[in-house]
Design a protein around this ligand. Sequence first.
Ligand SMILES: Cc1cc2nc3c(=O)[nH]c(=O)nc-3n(C[C@H](O)[C@H](O)[C@H](O)COP(=O)(O)OP(=O)(O)OC[C@H]3O[C@@H](n4cnc5c(N)ncnc54)[C@H](O)[C@@H]3O)c2cc1C
Length: 405
Amino acid sequence: MTRTDLRGIRTTPRRKVLISGASVAGPALAFWLNRYGFAVTVVEKAAALRGGGYPIDVRGTALEVVRRMGILPRLQDAHIDLRRLTFLDGDGSEVASVDPHTVTGGVAGRDLEVRRGDLTGALYTAVRDDVEFLFNDSIDSLDQSGHGVDVTFRGGGRRTFDMVFGADGLHSCTREFLFGPEEQFHRYLGYCFAGFTMRNTFGLFRETTMWNTPGRAAALYAVGDNDDVHAFLNFACPEPPFDAFRNPEAQRDLVAAVFADAGWEVPGMLAAMRDADDLFFDGVSQIRMPRWSSGRVALVGDAAYAPSFLTGQGSSLALVGAYMLAGSLADRDHAAGFADYEHNTRAFVTVNQDQVGEGDATLFPTTARALEQRNDMLRDLSAMPSAEGRPAHSALTLPEFMPMT
Ligand SMILES: Cc1cc2nc3c(=O)[nH]c(=O)nc-3n(C[C@H](O)[C@H](O)[C@H](O)COP(=O)(O)OP(=O)(O)OC[C@H]3O[C@@H](n4cnc5c(N)ncnc54)[C@H](O)[C@@H]3O)c2cc1C
């Protein structure tokens, strides 16, 4: 890999890489690969960085990743600091009001909860001057038969890269190119959810209110500094609605039908969902794969190991995975680097994915009896101090990686 330049100095040509997806895993991977001397291109199918989604958590090992990236202060400024989580029963009366950390396993004063767009914005700002971004485009085909990866783009371009990375989320196309249909790796956990923003006409401030009946939850997250709330509708759905995943109108119809007779603020939430321009709908699912790479192409974040929002660890796994993948390639070729990435990251991923099992969503019980048991647990919790954090969140100590000289 080493060459001699015109002055007789030995240099290493920059390895060219392509990352598909500009959300959390993609820009984080771009940041570290650029740091290690790679020439990085990111392709994102959306026309611009996508906002939306309800607030996400950055905890444990992932906090150290964002500290090393230099964006921790910015994220601390964006920290939402939700002070209260109130549960309501079907008629809207209060069941319990608790410190949010007692339920999420987060640590007050250390872990971060930020709007998803604030995290992606911070990551993008940290790399946009050093990395090429291609918005409104995506990979059409990948061919690894030569000495690199020949890529054609939907927009008509054709280029060759030394490596390609799929950071394109739960329904990753890169994964499908490499390993075939999603169904083989998709572990559906029995729920679907819709998230969108709407006007805060509820007088809520830095708090979450969640209404439940068996198999249904409606929540309003008020982050405090503007007139919007993040609305969230989660429901049990025994089979994944694959048709709805591809069709926003079918998503709206499905959610409206499931919540048609619901009380509390749900009718207003359904009306707001119809007009929302940032609706995000998905199944509550994990991705579990025996391998995360094939040849010169590797997967990172939800594309490789989505843990589901029930763990609250999707963004943290994406950040840690990106750090480990880039670092593993800093001073070695793709074959050795990809093997190290898996070897050193898989245990952390698995212990976090194992935080939930099928039908084991404590906050979203599907029967009246399970809901009553959950409510009893919450009443006990309301007297408890904030949690210490879950060991899984910090189950990996980040190595230091050295770039190739
Ligand atoms: C708009 C949005 C809202 C979200 N809201 C929530 C939420 O409310 N709750 C929750 O638990 N999780 C949500 N997520 C998922 C959450 O961001 C991830 O679980 C986590 O942050 C891991 O990030 P990731 O980068 O691996 O994947 P993602 O955040 O899913 O990002 C994947 C990126 O790849 C892009 N992409 C997809 N296919 C292609 C393609 N073929 N070519 C190019 N680009 C492609 C997507 O547009 C997206 O920017 C949301 C994701 C998005 C994109």
